[in-house]
Ligand binder design. Structure first.
Ligand SMILES: Cc1cc2nc3c(=O)[nH]c(=O)nc-3n(C[C@H](O)[C@H](O)[C@H](O)COP(=O)(O)OP(=O)(O)OC[C@H]3O[C@@H](n4cnc5c(N)ncnc54)[C@H](O)[C@@H]3O)c2cc1C
Length: 431
């Protein structure tokens, strides 16, 4: 048993934890970062957004990311499962060079780079250390953690909970979650080789295949490896009585576009599943703590927002602590409200896009954005992860959502067929 005093305890060494720890350590704080797993470790969340690049630049880790050999991502492609329509967004058509591209990343490698970067910045990160217990009083954060079969007691002045969806502090303090009014979903995914690739610069695009009960992602990770996942409503998945793997295979076989892309695919890893992941805490900050990344909330993977939100909220959380740090006292109420509202407004942009995506009528507008008034450019901003709009983007975004609503009553965009295409391929593909 040993005892130590830290400025900030960071729980979790994912993107939110490593980024916030690095920002604080660079600013001269004594930071302890606890990560229970050892790197490299598998994690889902492989497609980055260009508007997360800024934080990686601010962290000073952008050059390392650029040199790591990740697949460049220049845009996103949306395709109907029955091959009845497609639309591609190219970031550079609308956005300036810093946001014209980003990367598809294998998270085992990406998270490892960020974690090592936090260490190099001066954060203390004892490997495989798991937070066991935490409580807050007016002046301090008291906690214990397990490292090398020993329990260590320590204190810190502040805590950033970046423990992902386990949200250690959220659970400890029994924080209230908002009702986001979204149905529960389940994702099943694996890595494959032999998946069809787009040609030329579109090779690194994320491909989203829209099917009647949900969607597939295809994320090219390197020359050969592609991450492929199916997301569907938990309720309809349960009603089939299939296993996640059977459901994945059956759904591929029901959709012409997926059969085309997966006909030579061979699975490289076991299937993983994640279910019921949508939530957001009502409050993201308290006197001695802030929730960053998934620990504060996660809505849906469709627009690949997770890592970007993790990085941005980590930066804002670190800034809030540094402001409070001048006095050594608790994070002032005004600062907590600003942080909570910033997290909400960032995720609200994605919430609106996610609702749009799951509505067939609105999705028809998304797939055929009217060139009128440069609406497609504003939509590209959202697809690239911009959550802080200039006025010229803001009003176009509002017009886009108004058109999505209008599509329910008028034919603003061409109608799309959402039915399965029942390809007649024999024998059926199996994974
Ligand atoms: C199906 C699916 C697909 C997704 N696809 C994408 C995508 O394409 N792009 C994207 O940007 N996002 C995607 N996401 C979201 C993405 O996975 C997360 O938003 C992102 O990983 C959040 O980062 P984080 O740092 O907040 O949490 P995490 O990355 O989850 O990191 C939390 C860390 O905390 C550690 N930890 C937890 N408890 C403790 C403890 N008690 N002690 C010590 N350590 C602890 C964990 O081991 C973990 O390493 C997807 C999510 C799902 C469910």
């Amino acid at each position: 048993m040993s005892s130590a005093v830290w400025d900030t305890l960071v729980i979790g060494g994912g993107p939110a934890g490593s980024a916030s720890a690095a920002f604080l350590a660079k600013a001269g704080q004594k930071v302890l970062i606890l990560e229970k797993q050892s790197f490299p470790r598998f994690h889902i969340g492989e497609s980055l957004l260009p508007f997360g690049n800024d934080v990686l630049q601010d962290l000073g880790v952008w050059d390392k990311i650029q040199q790591a050999g990740f697949m460049p991502k220049l845009g996103a492609e949306f395709v109907m499962g029955n091959s009845a329509g497609s639309h591609s967004f190219w970031f550079r058509k609308t956005l300036p060079p810093p946001h014209a591209q980003t990367f598809q990343v294998e998270r085992s490698k990406f998270d490892h780079i960020l974690f090592d970067h936090a260490r190099e910045a001066g954060a203390h990160a004892p490997p495989e250390s798991s937070l066991e217990d935490i409580h807050f009083d007016h002046d301090m954060v008291n906690f214990s953690y397990r490292h090398q079969d020993q329990t260590h007691q320590a204190t810190a002045r502040w805590c950033i909970d970046a423990s992902g969806r386990t949200s250690v502090v959220g659970r400890t303090l029994n924080l209230t979650k908002c009702d986001l009014g979204m149905p529960k979903k389940i994702a099943v995914f694996s890595h494959f080789k032999g998946v069809h690739r787009n040609e030329g610069e579109a090779m690194g695009h994320i491909t989203i295949v829209r099917i009647p009960q949900g969607w597939f992602w295809l994320i090219p990770l390197d020359e050969t490896k592609t991450s492929v996942g199916l997301v569907q409503m938990l309720k309809s998945f349960k009603s089939t009585g299939l296993t996640p793997q059977e459901s994945f295979t059956q759904t591929v076989n029901q959709n012409h576009e997926l059969v085309f892309r997966m006909q030579k695919a061979q699975r490289l890893t076991d299937f993983h599943t994640e279910a019921d992941y949508t939530f957001r805490h009502r409050q993201a900050a308290g006197p001695r703590w802030l929730l960053a990344g998934d620990s504060a909330g996660f809505i849906d993977p469709i627009f690949s927002s997770g890592v970007m939100v993790a990085l941005r909220s980590a930066q804002l959380a670190a800034q809030a602590i540094l402001k409070a740090g001048k006095s050594g006292g608790p994070i002032p109420q005004a600062q907590r409200t600003i942080y909570t509202n910033a997290f909400k407004s960032m995720t609200n942009v994605f919430r609106d896009m996610i609702r749009m995506f799951y509505s067939n009528k609105a999705f028809e507008v998304f797939m055929n954005p009217n060139p009128w008034l440069q609406i497609p450019g504003a939509v590209t901003h959202m697809v690239a992860g911009n959550t802080v709009f200039t006025w010229s983007v803001f009003w176009r975004v509002r017009v886009f959502f108004a058109l999505c609503l209008l599509q329910r009553y008028l034919r603003v965009a061409p109608r799309l067929s959402f039915s399965h295409s029942s390809p007649s391929r024999q024998p059926a593909l199996s994974f």
